[in-house]
Design a protein around this ligand. Structure first.
Ligand code: UDP
Length: 239
């Protein structure tokens, strides 16, 4: 698509979003910057921008193929993609299959414990407040999304979880948990943001080795290799 990149709209922790000459489209640039623990830990992961852009493009194409549309339109080189302009709904949706991270801590569960059923959680997207967990009543009362929009978001999130769990299983990867964001494009609820090792927990099915941002959060080393491994498996390259 012939679209021109214009001025930057905002710069987030991992991406820059630009306007284009068409108000319906944004241009997203993925950065190598990495943060964790509400921005208290900062660093860079070499080539992360490239990996996350490519991985997200593959995941959005995969979901589109299975009937789940997203903001993704097309790649614009190594680290950039063209997306549909979304008015982001300030609710982070977390899907969990295995206890890890904040859930393991909060409920006193051992990391790696399989949940008898997948779980969805919602957090209010607010850096100042540290993305506090909220429920449907808060979302309705605060006017973050309508009841109808939440119904649609949950339907899509459950479907995405099922599709992704199965797909990664075929690639020898356990999808532990992940975060999604949705937005409105001409009043339609659309999947946005990214799907990458920054926003998902991936464990190798055989070795249980972590192949995601936990390598950065917990100083486990070989961070870049993990991101590259996820891209390779998605592309069908065996290493
Ligand atoms: N996650 C994310 N952004 C956030 C919080 C969480 O992408 O602001 C992802 C995280 O990578 C993991 C899942 O959501 O795959 C669940 O994260 P959790 O609540 O366990 O928080 P964490 O332990 O990462 O602080």
């Amino acid at each position: 698509m012939m679209v021109e990149k214009k001025q930057m709209l905002y710069e987030g922790k991992a991406k820059r979003v630009y306007q284009t000459d068409n108000p319906d489209y944004y241009w997203v640039e993925y950065k190598d910057d990495a943060t964790a623990f509400d921005g208290k830990k900062k660093g860079t992961i070499k080539e992360k921008g490239y990996y996350n852009n490519q991985i997200s493009a593959i995941m959005f194409d995969f979901l589109k193929d299975k009937g789940i549309d997203s903001h993704y339109i097309e790649l614009k080189g190594d680290r950039e993609m063209l997306v549909k302009a979304l008015e982001i709904i300030p609710v982070e949706v977390i899907a969990r299959n295995i206890a890890a991270g904040s859930l393991a801590k909060r409920l006193g569960m051992e990391e790696g414990t399989e949940l008898s059923k997948p779980v969805l959680e919602f957090c209010y997207k607010s850096d100042e407040l540290g993305d506090p967990m909220i429920n449907d009543y808060h979302i309705d009362a605060l006017g973050l999304a309508t009841v109808e929009q939440m119904k649609e978001i949950k339907k899509q999130a459950w479907e995405i979880n099922k599709l992704m769990v199965d797909h990664f299983k075929d690639l020898g990867i356990i999808l532990v948990d992940f975060k999604l964001e949705f937005g409105l494009h001409h009043d339609k609820v659309l999947l946005g943001d990214e799907i990458s090792p920054d926003t998902c927990r991936f464990w190798d099915a055989e070795t249980k080795e972590k192949l995601d941002k936990d390598r950065f959060r917990r100083d486990l080393g070989k961070v870049e290799d993990a991101y590259q491994e996820i891209l390779n498996r998605l592309k069908g390259d065996v290493s």
